[in-house]
Design a protein around this ligand. Structure first.
Ligand code: S3P
Length: 451
């Protein structure tokens, strides 16, 4: 028997965008990365946390469903989510395998949480997640004493809980915030201080959030110091708007804006916002107005004016803090004058899809010149034909390609767009609100199906 989350419909969708001009004040769903984290920490706090703005995308619902399988109760009251944790040792043995759906963050973060339990767990995922690398999270956790078995490096995972995890010095080799957070979660259980180091400018949502749960952490450059066993207090927390959701509208407003477009109340964590610099390097006029310092995360407005873009070489140090924004950046590159070069981004091949390949196939079919390499691609900007493109079941590819319909020479249909539900269920409506022309066939369950 398996429990947890999986998409319960097999209907296909498509989205046809036929021009339009983008503008207005736009609001975004709660940040996906932050939602996963606040749910996991609330699940091991002692008491009930209340959370506003929790992402209602399938990925974050998968995390809630998984936690529920471990005995954690949650309830929605309109848009306020309450999660009741029973303390660090309050998780219970699940009845069956836990289905993490499409969500790599759910699975990798759970590895850290489950490594220290008194019971064993099995984690499974959908087809895409079943092909994603999991040794990267298993390796550092094993150094702490975790017993994690992968299937040729991928899910299904078996985690044989070890309540005696050891604290210590953990050096993570991959630039992955998911892996770092998994190790931080395990370190909350280990007796003593752990020092956790990972390369790259990573999103540090977990580090910023833990003190709110009354669990101090120390940050020394790339190293985070965490002491266990921790005792977490429940929180009242508001999740900021998702920068990675706003990213598509940032590019849309550059390419097809009408006056200024304002993206409101967006999270501005420095480990996430490199797309702003990249677009500015391409010639975009973008201004950021940060709100006075909030609870844990910087939040603000991003103002964008229509701008003529020029191709760039993506600086190596901006690859990690823009890692989820490459599909959106590829769209900007396809419409820019000249060539854009992306290197050092092999991680893109192991996201929800092989994003280098998926983007190259779609862009070429619309008349754009694209060259790929194992670690990146070159995109030469030019005119975009209308047509029909598939999104490889990847929510970010689907949303990025939809934006291209604003500037294509004819209507652009993206097929398989039901995957957008994984992170941004309101994407289509917001695109309409912002000014895009969306064709009437753009509904779930159309006869078109995937290509
Ligand atoms: C995430 C980290 C990134 C990102 C993913 C969410 C997180 O993955 O691509 O969408 O919430 O920590 P990696 O840890 O694999 O870089």
């Amino acid at each position: 028997m398996s429990s947890g989350s999986q998409r319960h419909t097999d209907d296909t969708g498509c989205l046809t965008v036929a021009g339009g001009q983008i503008g207005g004040d736009l609001y975004f769903p709660g940040d996906k990365s932050i939602s996963h984290r606040v749910a996991m920490l609330a699940a091991i706090a002692s008491g009930t946390s209340t959370i506003r703005g929790y992402s209602e995308g399938e990925d974050c619902l998968a995390t809630l469903a998984a936690l529920n399988c471990f005995g954690v109760e949650y309830a929605w009251n309109r848009d306020i989510l309450s999660i009741t944790g029973n303390g660090l040792d309050g998780l219970r043995e699940p009845a069956g395998a836990i289905h993490c759906g499409n969500s790599g963050t759910t699975m990798r973060l759970l590895c850290g949480l489950l490594a220290a339990q008194e019971f064993s767990s099995t984690l499974i995922g959908d087809k895409s997640l079943s092909g994603r690398p999991m040794e990267r999270v298993a390796v550092p956790l094993r150094q702490m004493g975790a017993e994690i078995t992968t299937s040729n490096g991928c899910p299904p995972l078996r985690i044989d809980g070890n309540p005696g995890l050891g604290a210590g010095r953990i050096e993570i080799e991959v630039a992955s915030a998911q892996v770092k957070t998994a190790v931080i979660l395990a370190a909350l259980y280990a007796d003593g201080e752990s020092s956790i180091t990972a390369p790259g400018l990573l999103r540090d949502h977990s580090e910023r959030m833990l003190p709110l749960f009354d669990c101090p952490v120390q940050i020394e450059g790339p190293t985070t110091l965490v002491s266990g066993p921790a005792k977490l207090q429940p929180v009242e927390f508001t999740v900021p708007g998702d920068f990675s959701a706003a990213a598509f509208f940032m590019v849309a407003a550059c390419l097809a804006g009408k006056g200024v477009t304002r993206l409101m109340d967006v999270g501005l964590n420095p480990g996430r916002t490199a797309l702003i610099s990249l677009l500015q390097n391409m010639g975009a006029r973008i201004e950021v107005a940060q709100h006075p310092v909030g609870d844990a995360e910087p939040i603000g407005e991003i103002h964008i004016w229509p701008s003529a873009l020029t191709g760039i070489e993506v600086p190596a140090e901006l690859v990690v803090p823009a890692i989820d924004e490459f599909p959106a950046l590829c769209i900007a590159a396809a419409c820019a004058q000249g060539e854009t070069t992306i290197r050092g981004a092999a991680e893109l091949r192991i996201k929800e899809s092989d994003r280098i390949e998926a983007m190259a196939v779609a862009l070429r079919s619309l008349g754009v010149f694209v060259e790929t390499r194992p670690d990146g691609m070159n995109i030469r900007g030019g005119e975009i034909n209308g047509g029909r493109v598939a999104c490889a079941g990847d929510h970010r590819i689907a949303m990025a390609l939809s934006i291209l319909g604003l500037v294509a020479k004819g209507p652009l249909t993206v097929t398989g767009t039901e995957c957008i539900q994984t992170s941004f269920p309101g994407f289509r409506n917001l695109l309409v609100q912002a000014g895009a022309n969306i064709a009437a066939n753009s509904e779930k369950g159309t006869p078109y199906g995937d290509q």
